[in-house]
Design a protein around this ligand. Structure first.
Ligand code: AMP
Length: 204
C-alpha cells in the first residue's frame, strides 16, 4: 500500500492535483479539509466546533485529526469510503499532516502497521503568485464558496502554513523522502510530474 503526502500552501493546487492523480493512479485521495467540511455540516456540538474553526482559518485539534486519519489508514473505515477494498492501493494525503505533532503521529501510526510514507511531495509556489491566486479564488468562488474562502481568512491560512506547516519541509528532508515540484508549471505538467514520482518503482 502506497502512502503519499502532498504538501503545499493554500492555493498551491494540492486539492486539484490530488483528485487528478487519484484518477490516474488508483490511489485514494484523502482530503482532510473535505472530510472536515462534511463533518461541519452536521448539526452537532462537534460539527459546530469544526465549522467555527474552519471558518476562522484555524487548525482543528491534532487529536481529532489523528483519530480521523488512523481509522482510514488502518482499516479503510472512514466515513467516505466505508470499504477497505477501495483503499487497497494506498492513499494520497491532501491536508495532513499540517504540523510537526501530526507528522510524528503519522510516523508512529505507519510504523505500528509496518508501513511507511513513500513520498512527501511539495508543490512549491512563489508567495506573490499564491496571494494572487488566493485573492482571485476569494473573488470567483461564487455559489461554491467555502466559508474560509475570504481573502482575509485565506491570508490567515497562509500565515498558519508558514509558521506551523512549512517546518514539515526540513522534517521530511531529514528523512530523505521529500520531493519538490514547481507548482507554477501548467496544471497538466504538474500532474504528469506527480504521476511519474508516484508510479516510479524507485524507493524514496
Ligand atoms: P484544506 O481544504 O486542506 O485547505 O483545509 C481546510 C481547513 O480544514 C483548514 O484551514 C483547517 O481549518 C482544516 N484542516 C484541514 N486539514 C487539517 C489538519 N490536518 N489539521 C487541522 N486542521 C485541518
Amino acid at each position: 500500500m502506497k502512502l503519499i503526502v502532498l504538501l503545499g500552501a493554500p492555493g498551491a493546487g494540492k486539492g486539484t492535483q490530488a483528485k487528478r492523480i487519484s484518477e490516474i493512479t488508483g490511489l485514494r485521495d484523502m482530503s482532510t479539509g473535505e472530510m472536515l467540511r462534511r463533518e461541519a455540516q452536521e448539526d452537532t456540538p462537534l460539527g459546530r466546533t469544526i465549522s467555527e474553526t474552519i471558518g476562522g482559518g484555524n487548525l482543528v485539534p491534532d487529536e481529532l485529526m489523528v483519530n480521523l486519519i488512523r481509522g482510514c489508514i488502518k482499516d479503510g473505515k472512514c466515513r467516505r469510503c466505508q470499504s477497505p477494498e477501495l483503499c487497497h492501493a494506498g492513499f494520497i494525503l491532501d491536508g495532513f499532516p499540517r504540523n510537526i505533532t501530526q507528522a510524528k503521529a503519522l510516523d508512529a501510526m505507519v510504523r505500528e502497521q509496518g508501513r511507511r510514507v513513500h513520498h512527501v511531495i511539495l508543490l512549491d509556489v512563489d508567495e506573490k503568485i499564491l496571494k494572487d491566486r488566493i485573492e482571485s479564488r476569494a473573488r470567483n468562488s461564487g455559489d461554491e464558496r467555502r466559508s474560509d474562502d475570504t481573502a482575509s481568512t485565506l491570508l490567515h491560512r497562509l500565515s498558519i502554513y508558514k509558521s506551523l506547516t512549512s517546518p514539515l519541509i526540513p522534517y521530511y528532508e531529514g528523512q530523505g523522502i521529500l520531493r519538490r515540484l514547481d507548482g507554477m508549471k501548467p496544471m497538466d505538467v504538474v500532474t504528469q510530474e506527480l504521476t511519474e514520482i508516484i508510479t516510479s518503482r524507485r524507493a524514496a
